[in-house]
Design a protein around this ligand. Structure first.
Ligand code: URA
Length: 227
């Protein structure tokens, strides 16, 4: 609007004129993520300011474990303890995840990698926003390309919906089948934090872990897993 037109409006008693505040554009993600190796990718994530979560995080939580692992477990986002320690699943839910791993003969860091969809903690543990997922997902995508796991276990509805690109699906409706993320077999199960609140679903999570173990055995012996 020109100054003259604004003056006109004022004279006619139609002021003041409200203007939208310019919104600072979020810096874009580096275009070359797709060619980054692990250490460089981790450094880029540590300095990421692509969404508003960088303002409230203590530190980023990149992922932990064996970068050549056959097994990849994917959760939602860091919580308070993960934000403080810089490692995924170190709180109560993490203790349960470690026990879930142990129940099928696995151990954090030993042929196992653990990561989240989001690398920063959403404040007050709120659910991730769609734009945060859009900004952060290229990092997980590249991590998966680098790790090349044989099998992914999606922990909870949010991670599974994101990996499968399907909104509004329940774990209950997806359990018991082998899905795929970019051609990699994907098994879904309940989030450990949900299991801490919903003890009656622990038996189902155990069935899911058994399916994951059987599927991995099949993959190692050369059987096709995706049905
Ligand atoms: N919940 C998650 O989804 N990830 C973590 O790292 C911790 C809790």
């Amino acid at each position: 609007m020109t100054a003259r037109r604004e003056l006109y409006l004022q004279e006619m008693g139609l002021g003041p004129v409200w203007r939208l505040k310019p919104v600072a554009a979020e810096p874009p993600l580096p275009a070359d993520i797709q060619s980054m190796e692990g250490a460089e990718l981790e450094a880029v994530v540590a300095n990421c300011t692509a969404c508003g979560l960088h303002k409230t995080r203590t530190q980023t939580v990149f992922g932990v474990g064996d970068t050549q692992a056959d097994w990849l477990f994917v959760g939602e986002a860091p919580g308070a303890e993960e934000d403080a320690q810089g490692e995924p699943f170190v709180g109560q839910a993490g203790k349960l995840l470690d026990n879930m791993l142990k129940s099928i003969g696995l151990k954090r860091g030993d042929n196992v990698y653990i990561a989240n969809v989001l690398k920063c903690r959403p404040p007050d543990n709120r659910s991730p926003l769609p734009e945060e997922v859009t900004k952060c997902m290229p990092y997980l995508k590249r991590q998966i390309e680098l790790i090349q796991p044989k099998l992914i276990v999606g922990l909870g509805k949010f991670a599974v919906q994101t990996l499968l690109g399907q909104g509004d699906v329940t774990i209950a409706s997806l359990r018991g089948k082998v899905h795929a993320y970019q051609g990699i077999p994907l098994i879904v199960t309940y989030h450990p934090a949900y299991l801490l609140r919903t003890l009656q679903d622990k038996a189902k999570a155990w069935e899911d872990l058994c399916l994951a173990r059987e599927t991995m055995q099949g993959l190692i012996s050369g059987e096709s897993a995706i049905i």
